[in-house]
Design a protein around this ligand. Structure first.
Ligand code: GLV
Ligand code: MN
Ligand code: MN
Length: 413
């Protein structure tokens, strides 16, 4: 069986989707349920229909596109990723795993392959945390990791909650219907750009993911005392902005001193109010992203940041409110799936290595539901979450080829 990937068609679809953005191209920004995100979803659903797939959407907007297998009673093999994009993103993160999966399915169809069990593409809602602060919203709900009550209470910067947004997006049904029973899927395999430099540096075609690092998010609200930048003398100040600045430095220190080279800490959101040059900041808001491959060092660093925040705020006379939004374990990928993909690569003369994913993905939560792994392809200098993110059509083609071969191997019996 020859599986021929149409890399030019796939590239033009990637380019077309990249033009559906809230920001001017080449920047891609598609925040969950924004007008651009809804148009992006419509674009992808249309491609699924053209491929003859059966579409279904759940109550949180996860999209399922199924190629029915000969035996509808066998557990399904799933693939997929996301098309939402953080502010100032590029065009490959998530998209390669969605449009690449459609291409893999089309190539399998054209080769004459007929799956015994169904193949399902999942386009997950809000892998990115931009709107609600919490990443992997759709897959958390699918995996039963996030309760419907907690999900419903999530609200964005403007105080609009998930119920509002899913109503806007036309999602129907109750959130408690999203959860997947454990044996729904036989396997889940996500194709994604590496978002790191290793494959390019080592001149390898494919990474096969054995473990996904453990992410966590801390939110901090600080209330100080505002006032006139000329009139309030320095000993009298309770500057919320300076407390926030010190906490951000404590994040850096905690990550650097954790004893694990894999601990990474980022204060990616830092807002001060009222935001006037001649006014002492009275309020600050921080979102801190802390990750590690090891739970223990991640958790120790998290506790150290919280302790530092308490000390800094006491010393500065600033009121502190903290919340651990998510503290997730790492995912261990399925050894048999990793081995299957490794063998496929060898048979296809495609170079590969086993690796860790430092970024999180919907696979982190799909791993709670079924055997899971990921196929990584190289990207230019490891750049990601920036507009110059890039993988070549040839690199993408190899990833799609490995995905197609994997889906065929997993659904031929
Ligand atoms: C996913 O986008 C992540 O932040 O790892
Ligand atoms: Mn991302
Ligand atoms: Mn992604």
């Amino acid at each position: 069986m020859k599986i021929a990937i149409n890399k030019n068609r796939l590239q033009s679809e990637i380019d077309e989707l990249a033009l559906i953005t809230e920001a001017a191209p080449p920047v891609v920004t598609r925040v969950l349920f924004s007008e651009a995100d809804l148009r992006g979803r419509a674009f992808v659903k249309n491609l699924c229909r053209e491929a003859g797939l059966n579409l279904r959407e759940d109550a949180v907007g996860n999209i399922f596109a199924r190629w029915e297998g000969l035996d509808k009673n066998f557990p399904v093999v799933a693939t997929g990723s996301h098309i939402d994009a953080i502010p100032n993103a590029g065009k490959y993160d998530g998209v390669v795993g969605v449009l690449g999966a459609i291409e893999a399915i089309c190539a399998l169809q054209q080769s004459g392959f007929q799956p015994q069990r169904s193949i399902e593409l999942i386009i997950f809602t809000a892998e990115e945390p931009t709107r609600f602060g919490l990443g992997c919203l759709g897959s958390r709900l699918l995996g039963g990791v996030l309760s419907p009550e907690k999900a419903a209470a999530l609200s964005d910067r403007d105080g609009k909650n998930l119920e509002f947004w899913r109503g806007q997006a036309g999602c129907v049904g109750e959130l408690n219907s999203v959860w997947l029973p454990k044996n729904t899927y036989a396997a889940f395999v996500e194709l994604h750009i590496e978002q790191g430099p290793i494959l390019e540096r080592e001149n390898l075609d494919i990474g096969i993911v054995e473990k996904i690092a453990a992410p966590s998010t801390l939110r901090i609200w600080l209330t100080g005392v505002g006032g006139h930048a000329g009139a309030v003398l320095m000993p009298e100040r309770h500057d919320a902005g300076l407390a926030a600045a010190e906490i951000s430095l404590a994040v850096e220190q905690a990550a650097k001193n954790s004893g694990s080279p894999d601990t990474v800490g980022t204060t990616g959101i830092f807002r001060i109010e009222p935001g006037a040059v001649n006014s002492v900041p009275c309020q600050a808001y921080l979102e801190i992203d802390l990750r590690d491959t090891l739970v223990q060092t991640r958790d120790e660093a998290l506790a150290q940041i919280e302790k530092a925040a308490v000390e800094i705020c006491q010393r500065r006379g600033v009121e502190l409110k903290m919340e651990r939004l998510n503290v997730d374990p790492p995912a261990i990928c399925d050894a048999a799936l990793v081995e299957t993909i490794s063998e496929i690569c060898t048979a296809q003369k495609i170079s590969s290595k086993r690796m860790i994913s430092r970024a999180y993905h919907d696979s982190l939560f799909m791993a709670q539901v079924c055997p899971t792994t990921m196929i990584f392809i190289p990207c230019f200098k490891g750049y990601s979450h920036r507009p110059d993110e890039f993988s070549s059509p040839e690199q993408i083609e190899k990833g799609v080829q490995v995905l197609a071969e994997t889906l065929a191997a997993l659904t031929s019996h």
